[in-house]
Design a protein around this ligand. Structure first.
Ligand code: EPU
Length: 337
């Protein structure tokens, strides 16, 4: 195992902050992961698994080992008349994997095109976009259980998926994912009901979209709404869309008739956090090196030299103003270290 010391994480996270990690290693195999974890246990230091660093914010120097996940490979393990089963290395780039499936004509994850990150990170926060969540296409997840030091394969239901949530998020750092097993569909019902998708397909006069048409449309929508991390540091949605009770929703709707929300059960509503933030006046606001993106208020951007702490403090100001104006608590989607 090669361990580097005092490495800047600037090029390893999409926020592009210059925070330092005491130790850093890359792991290309399951065995290398076991070795890295025992090294940390021996030294009694923390560790953190990093994919493309697209959902993490380091706010101070990391006094442990950053383990860059580089287990790759897409293997077809089974095929039936209707489905394809794939086993995919956690270090595979997510969009590369989506494009591979789209090109093969396998459906299920095309709405998740262009989400930054790796395959291994996808179940952790159950990535979702345009009406689809990755849990719908995951058969199981293989991980090292660091409590028992055993390799385990967790079925879809054992992963306890929820909105931007899973067992892996609840039991932080316990399960280290190396492979994800997917089940994709050969005959697939496309999900084009999301407003902006419908509009774009209509605009392009595409009546019977193919998987590739849908994937391309999503790439176009995302590119127009979300900043490219290669140009402007960011981690996608910084906050989750909060859930509130029906009673709270009704009260808010009376006070703010324009509020954007939709029911997720008989007595719970999800509020569009982007709307709440925009209506506190944050959209496009810049403070020094940090800002609230002008096309999507859920996104916080680094204009170049921001520290993780500056970004965190800015997010705290947003949380406080949403609390003051709407009495709604915003939760961060991004992992804070
Ligand atoms: N809105 C505003 N102001 C804003 C942003 C949004 O009023 O600044 C309104 C929009 O007009 C719309 C509603 O809020 O009526 C929802 O907006 P949008 O469709 O853009 O989706 P979102 O709820 O803001 C979620 C995900 C995104 C995902 C999109 C599309 C979360 C936290 N975010 O955003 O995911 O791409 O839906 O499905 O659930 C990510 O997780 O990094 C991410 C980008």
């Amino acid at each position: 195992m090669t361990v580097q010391e005092n490495i800047s994480l600037k090029q390893y996270t999409t926020f592009g902050c210059n925070e330092i990690s005491r130790y850093f290693t890359s792991i290309p195999s399951q065995d290398a992961l076991v070795e890295a974890i025992s090294w940390c246990k021996e030294k009694q230091i923390p560790y953190f698994i990093l994919g493309t660093g697209s959902n993490v914010l380091f706010t101070k120097p990391f006094e442990g080992l950053i383990i860059k996940m580089e287990v790759v490979g897409i293997k077809k393990t089974n095929e039936t008349a209707t489905n394809v089963f794939l086993s995919v290395g956690a270090g595979e780039n997510w969009h590369h994997f989506v494009s591979y499936c789209v090109q093969k004509g396998w459906g299920g994850i095309e709405n998740l095109s262009l989400i930054p990150g790796t395959v291994g990170a996808s179940p952790i926060q159950n990535i979702g976009a345009y009406g689809v969540e990755v849990e719908e296409s995951i058969e199981s997840v293989t991980a090292l259980d660091t409590q028992t030091n055993q390799w385990i394969t967790l079925s879809n239901s054992q992963c306890a998926f929820g909105y931007r949530n899973s067992l892996f998020k609840k039991e932080k750092n316990r399960y280290l994912i190396t492979t994800v097993q997917f089940i994709l569909k050969k005959q697939h019902q496309l999900r084009t009901d999301y407003g902006s998708i419908k509009e774009l397909l209509h605009e392009k006069n595409i009546k019977n979209p193919s998987l590739a048409d849908l994937s391309n449309a999503i790439v176009q929508i995302r590119t127009s709404k979300l900043p490219n991390p290669a140009k402007l540091g960011n981690a996608g949605s910084f906050f989750k869309n909060p859930s509130v009770s029906k009673t709270n929703f009704e009260k808010l709707k009376t006070d703010f008739p324009e509020l954007i929300a939709y029911p997720i059960s008989d007595d719970t509503y999800k509020l569009a956090a982007g709307w709440l933030i925009e209506n506190c006046g944050w959209k496009g606001v810049r403070k020094g090196n940090v800002g609230c993106y002008d096309k999507q208020s859920l996104v916080i951007v680094n204009y170049g030299q921001a520290t993780g702490k500056e970004i965190y403090d800015f997010s705290e100001e947003i949380i406080q103003s949403v609390l003051t104006k709407f009495n709604v608590v915003l939760e961060r989607e991004v992992t804070i270290l």
